[in-house]
Ligand binder design. Structure first.
Ligand SMILES: [Zn+2]
Length: 216
């Protein structure tokens, strides 16, 4: 595979720094994680966006969160059609093998994926309509929710509301997985919807009673 190159030097330097400090000081902990295996209590589904840093927000260490990241923190509906389903595979493993107690969907402000979906819904993104656009096809998961925010005039507020709806859509789709529905009904698993404001460091939690997101 002649296309793969050595690691850039700045990353090599950073790695050796980590090995000599963080790893060295916690070697026992790392070795225990390696031999005992992982037992995370929570799975987190967040966006790929580099500004979303869930381990930082919750001060989480290695072994605490089983994390899956994808464009716009979306979960597709349950579809056992024999295709490649990365998100569904991660969810299945977390719930049926690791038996996590909490499944958290974390949305965020200024989400490029959600903005792309808005652009598609308004007919402003022909490139995303192409069959070859993986982002466009992926964001179709969220399209049915656009009706709920279509009347919001302010584009910034519309995007923020749609980002929250991406979290709600994922929670709804999670419940279409039979093993999730049964774990939730048995009281073994709880679902949580969060949205974080990157610039302000804010965190909101979806309240199923009101359907609104409330500050944590
Ligand atoms: Zn995003």
């Amino acid at each position: 595979m002649e296309f793969a190159k050595p690691l850039p030097s700045y990353l090599v330097t950073r790695y050796h720094g980590w090995k000599a400090t963080s790893y060295e000081e916690n070697q026992g902990w790392y070795r225990r994680l390696a031999t005992e295996g992982q037992r995370p209590r929570a799975m987190v589904i967040s966006c790929c966006d580099s500004r979303v840093h869930v381990t930082s927000i919750f001060g989480a260490d290695q072994g605490e969160f089983f994390i899956h990241r994808n464009i716009a923190n979306l979960v597709p509906p349950y579809a056992p059609d024999g295709d490649h389903h990365g998100t569904s595979a991660a969810v299945e493993y977390a719930v049926t093998a690791l038996k996590v107690s909490h499944l958290i969907v974390l949305g965020h402000s200024q989400c490029g994926g959600v903005q792309g979906c808005i652009d598609m819904c308004k007919g402003n993104a022909p490139q995303l309509e192409e069959k070859t656009s993986f982002v466009g096809r992926w964001m179709e998961i969220l399209k049915p929710k656009f009706g709920g925010v279509a009347d919001i005039d302010d584009p910034v507020e519309q995007a923020r509301q749609f980002e929250r709806q991406a979290v709600v859509a994922s929670l709804e789709n999670l419940m279409t997985f039979p093993f999730i529905e049964s774990a939730v009904k048995a009281g073994q698993l709880s679902l949580h919807g969060l949205w974080t404001d990157i610039g302000e460091g804010g965190l909101e939690c979806y309240d199923p009673k009101t359907g609104a997101f409330e500050a944590v």
